[in-house]
Design a protein around this ligand. Structure first.
Ligand SMILES: [Zn+2]
Length: 520
């Protein structure tokens, strides 16, 4: 008997040892580097139709000369000095537009493999990443340190990524979002913490403080008051315990997600700002938010935002997911092959299950669908009033795909009342102006950076034509159809690999920020 037990124990310990060994090897297994395509000093795009995203005009049959990644000249076809170019791209019958910006993303330590190639392949040449770190490098989330290094490598031509526009702090939400062992000032429990926090992030090269929903009004007000002195601004969620009107008046420059007007324009709006458990109250109030929506209140708020130039990033894809989680056709997305098995099975899988259950239950029936339609209606209202709207997707939320989802968001914005031109603007010139980078980005003009997309068909005619990508130009590199396919294949093969999935689990489990975010 003793012998048997001993044998069993021995076998078990060998198995355990092997398991640890395999996991360790997977964690340490080096990931491949994306090969850098050839860079061209001079590129000539010949006989192409230029989409002017300011006016909506199409400038037909132009030659665009690009030198070291900058637009050197734009001439009527045939006039330019084609002999100077290292590569000539025939643009006959095609359309060219500025690269798209996704103004709401979440990158992580694996974005180099899982997200960056897909952004470029989809013509997304700029992103505003909405997460950040505290005082330590996180094992999962990236912060300004990584993003600024990536941007530098992009300018040095050793990495091809979308440019990281504007650097975000960690989501500032008060004590509950700060894990133990981090400096106390992140919790914003007294006035002097505000200055410590702002000095800290200023030093980190951060451009804006991302405010989250549970931040206390006192901290928020002080933050809003102090932040301009540090040359930064506020952006993020609508703080739950403060009115949207006050947050707009205090200068928050961008508001995220499709619910901001819903929180404010129903009979329970005041209670929502004062209850102890706002999440519970919110889920109980969803129906009232849709059914008792007061357009007058919303209109006034929109007018205020327009006046203060406060931007709105409705991230319709997230509400669309909630409204569609019970539909097989929606769930069978061909882009799932780009998502790690871990995320698909655990994260998204659980999300699908919960939303499906809600959508199919008696009390939840049609609620998410009505909620989504209501937010689309509010996009229409806000757009008519002149609130600047920005395209954002919320990569890596459930069923949001890096790069691909930008095109879906554009389409859904047009289904929410934006014209095709306005949708294009919301991903080009509007965010470029928001980031105060319109001198270099946002339109196709001489002297601007040549982040460009070549399309088979005119997106002003049909917004889904933004998907007819024939080529992408970024940093003097021309990605033709073959190279675009290589980018996609690169991510696809890594997303399903065993070692990448182990790495993702390991980095999630090691992240104190993930632990508090999930606990919330
Ligand atoms: Zn987000």
């Amino acid at each position: 008997m003793k012998k048997k037990v001993f044998k069993l124990l021995k076998a078990l310990s060998i198995l355990f040892f092997l398991f640890v060994l395999i996991i360790t090897i997977a964690i340490l297994w080096p990931l491949p580097k994306m090969e850098m395509p050839e860079k061209h000093g001079n590129i000539l795009v010949k006989s192409v139709n230029i989409i002017d995203v300011q006016s909506g005009d199409v400038l037909t049959n132009r030659d665009i000369l690009i030198e070291n990644g900058i637009i050197k000249s734009i001439d009527s076809s045939g006039v330019s000095k084609s002999n100077k170019a290292d590569i000539i791209i025939d643009g006959t019958g095609k359309y060219i537009m500025p690269g798209l910006w996704d103004m709401h993303t979440h990158s992580n330590q694996h974005s180099e493999w899982l997200h960056h190639p897909l952004y470029i392949a989809n013509g997304v040449t700029g992103i505003r990443d909405m997460s950040g770190q505290l005082s330590n490098i996180d094992s999962y989330w990236v912060g300004s340190k990584e993003r600024l290094k990536w941007n530098e490598e992009l300018s040095n031509g050793i990495r091809v990524i979308p440019k990281y526009i504007l650097q975000s702090s960690y989501q500032i939400d008060g004590a509950s979002s700060v894990p133990d062992d981090f400096p106390e000032f992140f919790k914003l429990q007294n006035d002097k913490d505000i200055d410590s926090l702002l000095s800290f992030y200023k030093n980190e090269g951060v451009d804006f403080i991302k405010v989250y929903q549970q931040i206390q009004p006192k901290s928020y007000r002080k933050l809003a008051q102090e932040v301009p002195k540090y040359g930064m601004h506020l952006a993020g969620h609508k703080p739950m315990f403060l009115s949207l009107e006050e947050a707009v008046n205090m200068g928050q420059r961008s508001f995220e997600h499709g619910r901001i007007f819903m929180y404010e324009s129903f009979p329970g709006a005041d209670s929502l700002r004062t209850v102890n458990n706002w999440q519970y109250f919110f889920s109980q109030s969803k129906r009232s938010m849709v059914e008792d929506f007061n357009p007058e209140i919303a209109t006034n708020l929109m007018r205020r935002m327009q006046k203060k130039n406060a931007h709105w990033t409705p991230t319709l894809q997230t509400l669309k997911f909630e409204a569609s989680a019970h539909k097989e056709a929606f769930l069978n997305n061909p882009n799932l092959k780009y998502i790690t098995t871990v995320r698909k099975k655990l994260w998204w899988g659980i999300d699908v299950k919960n939303n499906k259950k809600r959508n199919l239950s008696d009390e939840g029936k049609d609620l998410s669908i009505d909620f989504y339609s209501a937010s689309q209606e509010q996009v229409k209202m806000a757009n008519e009033i002149g609130v600047p709207i920005m395209t954002g997707t919320d990569v890596t939320d459930s069923y949001v795909f890096a790069g691909f989802s930008v095109h879906n968001e554009l389409e859904d914005l047009t289904k929410s009342g934006l014209s095709n031109l306005e949708a294009l603007q919301s991903a080009t010139i509007v965010p470029a102006k928001y980031a105060r980078l319109d001198k270099d980005y946002g339109t196709i003009e001489t002297g601007k950076i040549a982040d460009l997309i070549i399309l088979e068909s005119n997106p002003l005619k049909n917004i889904t034509n933004t998907k007819t990508i024939d080529g992408v130009l970024k940093n003097g590199i021309y990605f033709d159809r073959d190279k675009i396919q290589e980018l996609k294949t690169f991510t696809e093969s890594i997303a399903s690999s065993f070692h990448m999935n182990v790495k993702v689990i390991y980095s999630l489990l090691s992240s104190p920020l993930i632990r508090v975010q999930f606990a919330d």
